[in-house]
Design a protein around this ligand. Structure first.
Ligand code: ADA
Length: 609
């Protein structure tokens, strides 16, 4: 009997989900899987087969969480078998939803393998046509091992943690035919707002069925009958004309609306429903400017790893909220999810708080000489394509996301690399033509990256990671002039973002006189120079400081990362501010005032007071 069963631990049904910050259904019963699980580590070595779980060493671990938080497991890289039981109050079809397992999961229910998911940063789900009422045994084999199966999880300048790091839950359905997905695209024209809604049904049953689908949006409803074959899916589209009076979403006024798809059977009974939350906003490029709802948009942001000294990558919502409070305290309005899709609850918070997001797929520094790996891994294309699809389709409805990014500092300088960049941008545009795309490439870095670009014509927005004053001892002005001189003509007519710049500072290393590198003073000086130069330059549509907080890195990087930490954070891992925090706050606040003056209006960003 497992350690948890001995405690008589079983789930109880909930009416509210834990994977989002709002109720996503009124018909489904939620059985949360957060809380204590039984983890079994290999008695020796780093491998443990799912069916040999009983030979493992048991320990109770929290989900969501990272196993690095467990005693003696701070550096464990390998396999674990995680188990727990859950109870269904009645028989029925179920969805088993995981928002993130780091980094590969094999999932079993009552001994039956449901499937495998690779990549820590994107959600996945399994659907079962029928489970009985009562207790069920859930087993998840988790691996965060590096090696031949993973093209993207490699030793890198961030740590690949281990565990069930984001929330998971069982959704008990009323019927084997349910709403699998609802995608809503806002559009704006002279008549006001409209909403293009696509609803995807999935029928787990053995027979074809017909359902009436009703979509309820802000002040509008529409419905259609849809037939779905046995064990099949079907999609249906609706156009809701909302008119000019419905409240729009913006950083200043982040108005949110619910859109709901209801399924009814032949007798008119509602057998399933799915609620999504949207914001009416339009983001597009207009020459060298970004526009949000037709107004010029300036991005004053931070790069942020999902990392915390106490939580690893499994930040609780309260810690996410605190990060966003600090971000606004520094008068920032944007986050780049460097370098992978984020926990959806964080995106829910950004929607609610009006924080703009550049969300990007999972890749960092994959080029010869980049210190990580390359794009030539045999599984690179398939693993990127999977992340791209899961990122866009799962996070589609978040108004906070204004840019889709790919392949941070990868092989954008070769013909082989261009084929990947072009294919991935085409894939993302095909999934969501409503948002501009970008990728960050590295400028004039002394290590490895050749100073040529083969992909600069591909993105809607051009973005550069440049580190004047840190990797080279030039000024921000010299470096920006060099960048524009070399690549300006190629980028003409498109927005330019400076997506990374900054310096390292070991927390507490103060050196007011010499201001040596790695001191807080030198980090503050370099950021002051960069922000004064970049924010004042008319060609720059926005900036992202590298980085919001210090993050743990792979031990393979230890020779360039003291304490195995990338300490270019403006906050340390505990969110204690370094000297640079005040420098960034002053620079961003001044830019907000200048932006308002340029717009001739009151502060567009109420957080600037
Ligand atoms: C690169 C990379 C970041 C980080 C940064 C640094 O630009 O995109 O992930 O490694 O350099 O700290 O040097």
């Amino acid at each position: 009997m497992s350690a948890l069963a001995r405690r008589g631990w079983t789930a109880t049904s909930h009416a509210v989900t834990e994977i989002r910050l709002f109720a996503v259904s009124t018909t489904r019963t939620f059985v949360p899987l957060s809380g204590p699980w039984e983890f079994r580590f290999p008695a020796s070595g780093d491998a443990l087969d799912p069916d040999a779980w009983a030979e493992g060493e048991p320990v109770v671990a929290q989900v969501p969480g990272v196993w690095e938080a467990l005693p003696g497991r701070g550096r464990y890289r390998g396999e674990v078998v995680a188990r727990r039981r859950f109870r269904l109050p009645r028989a029925g079809a179920v969805r088993l939803v995981f928002k993130g397992v780091s980094h590969t999961a094999r999932v079993f229910v009552d001994g039956r393998e449901l499937g495998t998911h690779h990549n820590a940063y994107t959600p996945f789900a399994f659907a079962l046509p029928e489970l009985t009422a009562g207790d069920h045994d859930l087993l998840v084999h988790v691996s965060n091992r590096f090696g031949e199966l993973s093209a993207l999880h490699v030793p890198n300048d961030y740590h690949t943690y281990g565990g069930i790091t984001r929330p998971a839950e069982v959704q008990l359905l009323r019927d084997p035919c349910f709403v699998e997905r609802l995608l809503a695209t806002p559009r704006r024209d002279a008549r006001g707002w409209s909403l293009q809604v696509r609803v995807r049904l999935r029928n787990l049953g053995p027979a074809a069925t017909t359902r009436r689908v009703r979509v309820c949006g802000p002040g509008r409803t529409a419905e259609q009958a849809v037939s779905v074959g046995p064990d099949a899916t079907a999609e249906v589209g609706f156009l809701l004309e909302l008119g000019p009076d419905v409240a729009a979403w913006s950083p200043e006024e982040p108005q949110l609306h619910f859109v709901r798809a209801e399924l009814r059977d032949e007798g008119g009974e509602m057998v399933d429903d799915l609620v999504e939350r949207i914001g009416l906003r339009e983001v597009r490029c207009d020459g060298e400017r970004l526009l949000l709802n037709g107004c010029p948009l300036r991005l004053r942001g931070f790069n942020r790893h999902e990392d915390h000294a106490r939580h690893g990558c499994a930040l609780p919502v309260e810690a996410m909220r605190e990060d966003l409070r600090l971000l606004r305290l520094l008068h920032a309005n944007a986050i780049r999810t460097s370098h992978y899709p984020n926990d959806e609850r964080f995106l829910d918070l950004c929607d609610e708080m009006g924080v703009l997001v550049w969300e990007e797929n999972h890749a960092r520094g994959l080029y010869e000489g980049g210190g990580a790996a390359t794009m030539h891994h045999p599984r690179f294309a398939e693993q990127c394509a999977a992340v791209n699809a899961e990122m866009v389709l799962e996070h589609f409805n978040h108004p906070c996301i204004v840019l889709w990014g790919i392949l941070n500092e990868c092989e954008s300088f070769s013909a082989a690399g261009r084929a990947h960049y072009a294919a991935q941008l085409e894939q993302i545009r095909g999934l969501d033509p409503s948002r501009p795309t970008t990728f960050a490439t590295l400028h004039n870095h002394p290590v490895g990256h050749p100073q040529r670009e083969a992909c600069l014509d591909l993105p809607d927005v051009c973005s550069w990671n440049i580190y004047p004053g840190w990797y080279r001892d030039d000024t921000a002005g010299q470096r920006l002039a060099m960048l524009l001189d070399r690549f300006g003509p190629e980028m003409a007519g498109r927005p330019l973002l400076l997506s990374e710049f900054g310096a390292g500072a070991i927390p507490g290393f103060r050196d007011p006189e010499t201001r040596l590198k790695w001191s807080e003073e030198r980090q503050a000086d370099i950021l002051a120079d960069c922000l004064a130069t970049f924010l004042a330059h008319p060609r720059v549509a926005g900036v992202f400081v590298w980085q919001f907080c210090d993050n743990r890195v792979s031990e393979e990087w230890t020779l360039v990362r003291p304490r195995c930490v990338n300490d270019k954070g403006v906050f340390d891992g505990e969110r204690r501010p370094k000297l640079a925090a005040d420098i960034v706050a002053r620079a961003f606040a001044a830019d907000v005032r200048k932006d308002c003056a340029d717009q001739g209006g009151a502060p567009r960003h109420p957080h600037s007071q």
